[in-house]
Design a protein around this ligand. Structure first.
Ligand SMILES: Nc1ncnc2c1ncn2[C@@H]1O[C@H](COP(=O)(O)OP(=O)(O)OP(=O)(O)O)[C@@H](O)[C@H]1O
Ligand SMILES: [Mg+2]
Length: 411
């Protein structure tokens, strides 16, 4: 059994997966609970967060009939940062005659690549090998057993704030569970919605949540850039609430039922009736007016993302375009507006088919939660394969050992 726990700004979602007879993962339980203890993806209220986590897990347990202890927990927020680094070593190899690259060489080169200065208040969250260079041969995914003199590694290092990570782990532990590992939320979302082809061609994944918009750029099959924009769907709702002078709940309802950010995306221009408060007469707002409120905020978020994308030096353009996911990507017209701003093809990404995942949860809002359980399963398999000395898959050799090493260093 593998469990993914996505602790978001607006909702907490737990997903339970179990290995079926064919060896693939099947979803057997999903539970959600509204979240109030986070601000912009970061825990600000331990008690509220642990209660939301406990009730989401409990709901998932009820559905699957299993009891949960270990959970793969997602982490996100503005404190997440990604950098690219490279390291180089001379191949020593066990067999000095042939200079075959061994596990040890790969570990050493990754060790060299991760030697970057990280401030005391930050910790390494993920260490993802992008590709290796053996002598002059570039773009090697798995250098094991190749023959060479010089081994170079290019890696993507994702760091996070130590205290934010500790608070998250504390919530999970205090809720009575064990945080088996922290997984970057956007890696989870990417695992659930992106195809291998898109990652290979280069794609920007934009996870539009309630509090933050997380951007993960994949280039040549591996993560290349990780950034977070501290704005999301909650801002859109509060714009409507402030401008129309209505409660946040009503504004949220209007957004979900009649909101759009692209002219003509929602059809006609009829009026929306908002019930009056305290005996006042109901308020009628034309749909077009709501669009005029929502659009500038969505434009602002996309332009901030574009700003970060424009700064990247990619070896080739984003052939896989842009994929929007997260609850906010369901806003009518989001793909059209994004396509205009990025001048790239855009699609809205829901989780790709996974066994047992019911229709209700095959929505962009559950991409991260579904991805976390898939990613957790991959990591467990990888760790088990390495412990038993079998060949590594996924082009990320030594993943389990790296994860264990990270754990030893930081938990
Ligand atoms: N159909 C919809 N149209 C427009 N917005 C929507 C729709 N459904 C959900 N949203 C918005 O999506 C946001 C929540 O998205 P999501 O559930 O992905 O966030 P989260 O994971 O809780 O937050 P975060 O990832 O920022 O921590 C809310 O702001 C909500 O208003
Ligand atoms: Mg989220």
């Amino acid at each position: 059994m593998v469990v993914g726990l996505d602790i978001g700004t607006t909702k907490v979602c737990a997903v339970i997966g179990e290995k079926n007879d064919n060896g693939t993962l099947e979803i057997t339980g999903v539970g959600t609970s509204p979240s109030t203890g986070l601000r912009k993806g970061v825990v600000v209220n331990i008690e509220a967060t642990l209660q939301a986590a406990a009730s989401a897990i409990e709901a998932a347990e009820m559905m699957s009939g299993r009891e949960v202890y270990n959970v793969w927990t997602g982490i996100g927020g503005s404190h997440i940062d990604g950098i690219n680094s490279r390291g180089v070593v001379a191949v020593t190899g066990k067999n000095r005659e042939t200079r075959e690259i061994t596990d040890e060489d790969v570990l050493r080169v990754l060790e060299a690549a991760r030697a970057v200065v990280i401030p005391m208040d930050r910790q390494v969250l993920e260490l993802i090998p992008q590709s290796y260079i053996v002598d002059d041969q570039k773009g090697i995914r798995n250098p094991l057993n190749m023959i060479g003199v010089r081994l170079e590694a290019e890696i993507h290092i994702i760091t996070c704030s130590v205290t934010s990570a500790q608070n998250l782990v504390k919530c999970v532990n205090r809720a009575g569970f064990h945080a088996q590992g922290l997984v970057l939320q956007s890696l989870g979302a990417g695992r659930a919605v992106l195809t291998e082809e898109e990652k290979e061609l280069g794609v920007a994944l934009i996870d539009m949540g309630g509090g933050t918009t997380d951007v993960m750029v994949y280039s040549e099959g591996a993560p290349y850039s990780t950034t977070t924009i501290p704005a999301g769907g909650t801002q859109v709702t509060s714009d409507i609430s402030i401008i129309k002078n209505i409660s946040a709940d009503t504004a949220e309802k209007i957004k979900l039922e009649a909101g759009s950010c692209w002219e003509g995306a929602c059809g006609g221009d009829e009026d929306i009736l908002v019930p009056g408060v305290g005996g006042r007469p109901p308020l009628s707002i034309p749909r077009g007016q709501i669009e005029k409120i929502i659009r500038p905020r969505m434009e602002e978020i996309f332009c901030m993302v574009k700003g970060t994308l424009d700064k990247l030096v990619l070896s080739r353009p984003l052939g896989g375009g842009v994929v929007l996911t997260g609850g906010g990507s369901q806003l009518l017209g989001a793909a059209e507006l994004a396509s205009e701003i990025f001048s790239l093809p855009v699609r809205v990404g829901a989780p790709l088919p996974v066994g047992g995942l019911v229709e209700e949860y095959r929505s962009p809002a559950f991409a991260t939660a579904v991805g976390l359980v898939l990613e957790g399963y991959d990591r467990e398999l990888q760790g088990a394969a390495e412990r038993s000395g079998k060949v590594r898959e996924r082009g990320i050799p030594l993943f389990g050992r790296l994860a264990e090493w990270l754990k030893r260093e930081f938990f």
